[in-house]
Design a protein around this ligand. Structure first.
Ligand SMILES: [Zn+2]
Length: 217
């Protein structure tokens, strides 16, 4: 593995470990680079786990604990790390970019999916949105989807759509739900593996961004 692949594998492993807990067995393997995305690292994750959440888990979380929901979250995580890897700087960190630019790129890549003003999250979750949109495309579930609003609510990615096509509606809903599930471990400020932080304004933050927030007056 190259150093970029090792870094991507480490990150992918960490997102999935946070998502599925210490009981999950996670294997990461390198995959061939897609010709249209030569700047990305492509990895495949295999997660073995026993879906056994406590009985008092809320219905929304329990729905995500199905094999189908988990498989979609793994697929989006693989794509998210691939998207993020295109900005890996050496020896560490990320090449900076701007929210407006990332939003415009997304609107251009997926015409009609994001009407003006629909995208209301910062760069890291915009990259998660791209990974999710690519997953929708990969499942032939992009046709007829128009986003009403993509935002962070109670520290979770919420992607609202204007109605769902009859045939693909269930699959689209499952993919968007898996993206929300994955967002619970993606730092809203920098995209690194993160966790839910309480405070005046609940957010998902990595350890570094969380301590930076605390230092601010
Ligand atoms: Zn962070």
């Amino acid at each position: 593995m190259t150093s970029r692949e090792r870094r991507a594998a480490r990150e992918l492993h960490e997102y999935l470990a946070r998502l599925f807990g210490p009981e999950a067995t996670i294997a990461i393997d390198p995959m061939p680079v897609r010709p249209q995305h030569a700047d990305r690292v492509e990895l495949e994750a295999t997660v073995k786990r026993t879906p056994a959440l406590p009985a008092d888990t809320d219905a929304r979380t329990r729905r995500r604990d199905t094999p189908e929901g988990a498989a979609l979250a793994v697929e989006i995580a693989e794509r998210y790390v691939a998207v993020r890897s295109a900005r890996y700087a050496l020896p560490s960190g990320l090449v900076p970019t701007m929210c407006d630019r990332v939003s415009e790129d997304l609107e251009r890549s997926f015409p009609g999916l994001f009407p003006a003003g629909a995208l209301q999250v910062d760069v890291p979750w915009l990259e998660l949105v791209r990974a999710t949109a690519e997953t929708l495309a990969g499942h032939d579930a992009l046709a007829g989807v128009v986003s009403a609003q993509v935002k962070s609510k109670f520290a979770e990615l919420r992607w609202y759509v204007d109605g769902l096509p009859e045939e693909t509606g269930d699959e689209i809903a499952a993919i968007l739900d898996a993206a929300s599930f994955l967002s619970s471990v993606v730092c809203e400020a920098c995209g690194a593996p993160g966790a839910y932080r309480k405070g005046g304004w609940v957010r998902i933050l990595c350890d570094d961004c969380n301590s930076n927030r605390r230092k601010k007056p």
